[in-house]
Design a protein around this ligand. Structure first.
Ligand SMILES: [Zn+2]
Length: 593
């Protein structure tokens, strides 16, 4: 870890940083708990240790320090996580934190582009309010958008003409930077040089697209005109250093808190659907912007929930997009339901025409994924002929295989057989095989922790100089009498900790199951263990080791008696008596007799 990262880690409070993403409540003298952002759960198994500055989830075994948390939740590399934490703590970034001059230049460019997008957003908003924006205002009002809603989503208007935005932004940046923003076009000249730049978005309603931090990184422009000259109805910013279409979920910045609270996300297709639903009080809604879900978007969403309600347009394109999204979400272990709206309406029209109650009712009536897919299979391949049934089944098989859980696959296969009326034994067998296929998910289950192990783990984790003696005792015992400790479930962790030098204790235990046990011991403690506790624990371990050895000896003695081997018998008996005596002594010492 660099000096800078070290400094940031010392100054950052992991509790505050984690709280900027999820809700935590105090759960003990030194720890906080909340719902884990990395897996789906109903009761909190995610803990943050305020003193030792680590987090640990007893549900999914995720654990680590503040950088690992931010890296995981923001889906960024270590250096980027350090930067984010530094920024949250108001620690200025040193120039040398950029690993290369290119990286520093890229960071400068991104900052510039964010400023340009902010200025452009403000400009478009201004234009919408001005005389030129009258038609757009009328259109938006017609779609049920209030001035308040327009403000919330910062909707704007790109005026007619080629230079309006350029004239506004050109004092802020050179042509090269303006070009990189994706907000301008230019015609290549005869000599290959780039021509003058001009506004890319003209006579369009502008919907800003924000990154997860809420800052505008791109736009979607919607034309109000029809006909050849108008161009495509919707028109997006191109890929830029700020914006990559496949990496962004529209409205996630506004929806993420609500998604965590509701424990599910409502996924719609278009931005207008999303805005319309959001403004009527359903805040956990996001949109894919008219494309099928990408893997990156799924990863992005997974950090917030594992439950999705899909409400795409009921037309063919919408149904196909829904199906692709379902496939991707299923593979990632999402729990999916599908909303089908009556009358073939899209969410925007439905909620405007029938109201939010009717829409909420439709959400509640969402079909399970299996039911939806079976219904769709029957719709695509109607009729009772063997051929149609085979086709319907072939359509369903990949969906069944994709489901991560065996039970769900079995259920799906049984439902499919029943609803498609499949009686043929060969087809039934195919369904059964599909249900069998996918590998079972292996859970890392933590074994129970004994009191002795708790004391030892905590002693070995001592970092303050005052309590070093307690730590030294444990280290010495483990180094010198390794065999006493071998039968303990946490032996691996104990050894790793006994051999750590100055390293952060949480970093040296690598095995997830072992780390879980270690975290459990630390999360339960209120103070570091005293020397007397440690030596008492070591004695208990020793007693147990002796007791084990005695058990072995008794078996060997019985065996020697049977064989009539008196030399061996005498030797073993002497050993046994010695051990009996030391066990007694140990026991008395420990209990103050
Ligand atoms: Zn978890």
């Amino acid at each position: 870890m660099s000096d800078f990262a070290q400094t940031v880690k010392q100054q950052a409070d992991i509790v505050k940083i984690v709280e900027s993403y999820i809700r935590l409540r105090k759960a003990g003298a030194q720890n906080y708990s909340g719902l884990c952002p990395f897996h789906k759960e109903k009761s909190p198994s995610f803990s943050v240790h305020a003193v030792r500055q680590f987090y640990h989830c007893f549900g999914c075994q995720a654990s680590g320090d503040v950088f690992s948390f931010v890296g995981k939740i923001e889906n960024v590399s270590f250096p980027e996580a350090v930067r984010i934490v530094a920024q949250k703590c108001g620690i200025p970034l040193p120039k040398r934190e950029f690993s290369s001059p290119e990286e520093a230049a890229e960071s400068r460019l991104r900052t510039r582009l964010l400023e340009l997008h902010e200025a452009a957003t403000a400009f478009f908003e201004e234009q919408l309010r001005g005389p030129e924006g009258a038609v757009a205002r009328e259109y938006l009002a017609g779609r049920g958008l209030t001035p308040e809603g327009i403000k919330t989503f910062r909707i704007g208007w790109a005026p007619d003409g080629f230079n309006a935005l350029r004239d506004r932004l050109s004092p802020m940046a050179d042509d090269e930077t303006l070009r990189a923003s994706g907000l301008f076009s230019s015609k290549e000249q005869g000599d290959g040089a780039m021509g003058h730049i001009y506004d890319k978005f003209r006579k369009r309603i502008m919907f800003p697209i924000s990154g997860e931090s809420g800052r505008v990184i791109a736009f979607t422009g919607r034309t109000l005109e029809t006909g050849e000259k108008a161009g495509p109805k919707y028109f997006n910013s191109p890929e830029t250093p700020l914006y990559s279409k496949s990496m962004v979920l529209f409205n996630l910045d506004k929806a993420r808190t609500a998604i965590r609270q509701a424990e599910f996300a409502l996924l719609v297709e278009g931005q207008m659907d999303c805005i319309s639903v959001f403004l009527r009080g359903i805040h956990n809604v996001i949109a894919t912007s008219g494309t099928a879900f990408t893997e990156q978007q799924v990863a992005l969403l997974k950090r917030h929930t594992a439950q999705v309600l899909v409400n795409f347009d009921p037309d063919t394109a919408g149904a196909n997009a829904a199906e692709k999204s379902i496939a991707l979400l299923t593979e990632e272990g999402f729990n999916i339901k599908i909303v089908t709206l009556e009358g073939g309406l899209d969410p925007d029209r439905f909620i405007r025409e029938r109201g939010v109650e009717a829409y909420t009712a439709a959400l509640r009536a969402a079909s399970r994924q299996a039911d939806y897919l079976i219904a769709r299979a029957r719709q695509l391949f109607p009729g009772q002929s063997a051929e149609q049934k085979q086709k319907a089944m072939n359509y369903l098989l990949p969906h069944i295989r994709r489901m991560p859980e065996r039970l769900a696959r079995d259920q799906f296969a049984a439902d499919a057989a029943q609803k498609l009326g499949i009686t043929d034994s060969v087809l039934r067998e195919e369904l059964r095989q599909a249900a069998l296929k996918r590998r079972d998910h292996i859970e890392v289950k933590a074994a129970a922790l004994t009191e002795v192990e708790r004391v030892l783990l905590r002693a070995l984790a001592i970092t303050d100089p005052e309590n070093q003696e307690a730590r030294r005792l444990a280290v010495q015992a483990i180094a010198e009498q390794t065999s006493w400790f071998e039968h303990l479930g946490t032996f691996q962790a104990l050894q790793a900790l006994a051999h750590r030098q100055a390293a952060d204790p949480m970093d040296v235990v690598e095995d997830p199951a072992q780390r879980a046990l270690f975290a459990e011991a630390l999360l339960a403690e209120t103070r570091p263990p005293q020397e007397t506790e440690v030596s008492s624990a070591i004695q208990e371990i020793q007693e147990r080791a002796i007791a084990n050895r005695l058990r072995d000896l008794r078996a060997l003695i019985a065996e020697a008696e049977r064989r009539g081997d008196f030399t061996e018998l005498a030797l073993l008996t002497r050993q046994k008596l010695d051990l009996d005596r030391s066990l007694r002594e140990l026991h008395n010492r420990r209990h103050g007799v």
